[in-house]
Design a protein around this ligand. Structure first.
Ligand SMILES: *Cc1c(COP(=O)(O)O)cnc(C)c1O
Length: 702
């Protein structure tokens, strides 16, 4: 390729976030200007705004750089044009079944902060994998121009929220335009208003993701801000955002000339899409019942949480008001419409539940782990009025997009071992490959332990850097960052949303004993925490306050760090660098959990309550369990028993094994567990397996 063509190709590459799961692609952008790369938070589009085309052309005169660029571009081309994909090989019927996946959040990369937590990260990993597997697939979400909040910890160790404006021009997103190059606009009816919206497209490998945006001059001011923030505002904003997502999403599909065969509702937030599908059919003469039956054939639904507050409920008044104009087109009375979201259609005081709507409108529904499937069947039995075991809710356990979560060092470690061809990534989730990792002739203990040291050091460097960026807020908080954390020390990590059921500070219930453990001269432990509480969650913020206070002012200073502003980048560093990943939710409220899956390919071990995904794979040798596969019914009792078990497993099992070294200084038994965790977790808990399960079970015709 000539240099001018290469420049064009690089600009095209920057606008396809395939680079989020290709470390070499990220590398060729990053090295153009390492300082800018840090400042723009790893964003190739912004890098190419800084580096002029002239500079780029001159840099391409460097043979080594040009060669690496050519290799990446070739890999990208071959990825985009692949004819031989999992779908064409295994389920060619899916080639002409378009799947549209609706989700209120998508976690794709740190420069696109439009996710609040695990639900969004899962959606991001789902679409990346759909692309890898060759599915005929697109995603729908909203363009939140202020995204989810950025977190700062103030003088009282209290979480403060601030917002940055996202500028589409500096992001890998394009306006969705018509044949004349004009932005496509559509509209939805909200209350008595007609609200216009436009859409942006993010290219996720081979799959488009569409983001709806009401920030248009023709809208009244308060509707321009409807898509301002992820889960921003009150229930009125919430229902309006969900009307836009569900109803607006279907309308955009039609404006694009799309006729999806499958509408996948990721959580109840998207369930209004079913009302629009029903409306469309009624407009062509179907009765309501005919339209509902046909709509059910098109829809599948994934429920994500047993926490009651995680299921949206709207009052009859709010429903009546928000859907007043839309409902007329459905030719339903208010009572009939409300019945779609009620367990007891006759109870006029019952709120409208989006999960009930989704269950009514989908031909298939699932929870996100085996236990969560069972809990969901119990939870929604009342709706189906059949024995619990017959409730039609199945399960598909969540996963992660393995390559997207691998740190550069881990990828460099695995790539040559997987076979250094350009298509090595096709085998990244192969059980056969990961089985070999249990064999010392394939990889030695020394190599694996060196990898752990490298990743732990990278995390410590990263953490110190982050703390320097965010200086201590008060005199007296002074900590010499260069002495904070230690690269020989057992490093325990905890990072996720600070929802209270996840019980972030549980380990500190035994504070004095934990201090003793942490400061043991021979066998010390250090803890790194990160996470955001929802802006309205005071209890979650108190958990943060407690941990930040302990980090700054207790005897744990230096052994406990809280990294501010948790996001995908902080998450990636933590799951790579920690030796132990702590997960201590109140069973059975962690429907699946995914962060622990991200540690395995880096040699981290899970130490977890037997909830969600972990209870499916824990076998006694691939990590640690806190308690057993049951829980007391009394919450106080549960917290007490779990914190005791957690302390016991940490002090009696984790620490002794980690520090049990041979003459060469290696913890042989620990490394055996690392191998076994890699072999068991990685091939199963990835989103290729997950999307394959969805494809075979739910995306094919019934
Ligand atoms: C993986 C991930 C999560 C999910 O963590 P859980 O332990 O499943 O709650 C949340 N946020 C980010 C940024 C993640 O990367």
């Amino acid at each position: 390729m000539e240099i001018p063509e290469t420049v064009i190709a690089l600009n095209k590459l920057a606008r396809n976030i395939w680079w989020t799961w290709n470390q070499d692609a990220r590398g060729i952008f990053g090295e153009l200007s390492p300082r800018t790369w840090q400042n723009v938070y790893h964003n190739p589009v912004a890098i190419l705004r800084e580096v002029s085309n002239t500079e780029l052309r001159m840099r391409l005169l460097e043979p080594d750089y040009a060669k690496r660029v050519a290799d990446v571009l070739e890999e990208f081309e071959s990825y985009m044009n692949a004819k031989d994909t999992w779908v064409t090989r295994e389920v060619p019927e899916l080639n002409n079944r378009r799947v549209t996946y609706f989700s209120a959040e998508f976690g794709l990369h740190e420069t696109l902060p439009i996710a609040a937590g695990g639900l969004g990260v899962l959606a991001g990993d789902h679409i990346k994998s759909a692309s890898d597997l060759g599915l005929n697939f697109c995603g729908i979400t909203l363009f939140y121009r202020e995204g989810y909040f950025q977190q700062a910890i103030n003088h009282d160790n209290w979480q403060a929220e601030y917002y940055n404006q996202l500028n589409p021009r500096n992001l890998p997103m394009d306006a969705v335009i018509d044949v004349d190059g004009k932005p496509i606009t559509c509209s939805v009816d909200i209350a008595t208003d007609t609200i216009c919206f436009r859409a942006w497209r993010i290219n996720v490998g081979r799959c488009p993701l569409y983001l709806l945006d009401t920030n248009l001059p023709e809208n009244p001011a308060h509707y321009r801000d409807l898509t301002l923030r992820v889960y921003g505002g009150d229930t009125t904003t919430r229902i309006q955002q969900e009307i836009l997502l569900g109803i607006g999403g279907v309308k955009l599909m039609r404006a694009l000339g799309e006729k999806p065969s499958v509408f996948h509702m990721n959580e109840g937030h998207a369930a209004f899409l079913a009302l629009e599908l029903i409306r469309e059919k009624m407009a062509t003469g179907d009765s309501f019942n005919e339209a509902l039956t046909a709509t059910r054939d098109q829809c599948v639904f994934t429920t994500h949480t047993p926490v009651p507050a995680g299921h949206d409920r709207f009052s009859p008044e709010l429903m009546n008001y928000s859907l007043s104009r839309f409902a007329k087109q459905l030719d339903l009375t208010h009572k009939e419409l409300m019945a779609m979201g009620r367990l007891d259609a006759g109870d006029e005081t019952e709120q409208f539940c989006m999960t009930v709507l989704a269950l009514n409108a989908a031909r298939a529904a699932n929870g996100v782990s085996e236990l969560h499937g069972a809990v969901s069947r119990e939870m929604w039995q009342e709706k189906f009025n059949v024995p619990v075991s017959d409730v039609p809710i199945g399960h598909i356990t969540n996963g992660i997009h393995t390559l997207g979560w691998m740190s550069r060092s881990a990828r460099d470690f695995w790539q040559p071992r997987l076979g250094n061809g350009p298509k090595f990534y096709e085998h990244i989730n192969d059980a056969k490959f990961w089985e070999k990792v249990e064999d010392k002739d394939f990889i030695s203990d020394e190599e694996l332990w060196a990898l752990r040291y490298r990743l732990r050091r990278e995390l410590i460097d990263f953490t110190r850097g982050r703390l320097v960026d965010v200086p201590p807020s008060r005199e007296g908080d002074f900590i010499s960052y260069d002495h904070l954390l230690d690269a020989d020390t057992l490093t325990v990590g905890f990072a996720r949303r600070f929802a209270t059921y996840k019980r972030a500070p549980l380990i500190f219930d035994h504070f004095e004993k934990v201090v003793k453990l942490a400061k043991d001269a021979e066998r010390p432990v250090q803890f790194i925490f990160a996470g955001k509480a929802h802006p309205a969650d005071e209890d979650g913020k108190r958990f943060i306050q407690k941990i930040v206070h302990l980090a700054k002012h207790s005897e744990l200073q230096g052994h406990l760090v809280f990294i501010e502003n948790y996001d995908i980048q902080v998450g990636r560093m933590l799951v790579g660098g920690c030796d132990v990943w702590l997960n201590n939710p109140r069973r059975p409220l962690e429907a699946s959990g995914t962060s622990g899956m991200k540690t395995a390919a880096h040699g981290g071990l899970n130490c977890s309550i037997m909830d969600g995904w972990w209870r499916e794979i824990y076998d006694g040798d691939n990590g640690y369990s806190i308690g057993d596969d049951s829980h007391p019914n009394n919450l106080e009792e549960q917290d007490r028993v779990d914190s005791e078990n957690l302390f016991r497993v940490l002090s009696e099992e984790v620490i002794p094994t980690f520090y049990n070294r041979d003459a060469a200084g290696l913890p042989r038994q620990w490394i055996r567990k690392m191998r076994h965790a890699m072999a068991t977790v990685t091939p199963k808990y990835n989103t290729w397996r997950m999307v394959q399960d969805y494809s075979r079970k739910y995306y094919l015709e019934d």
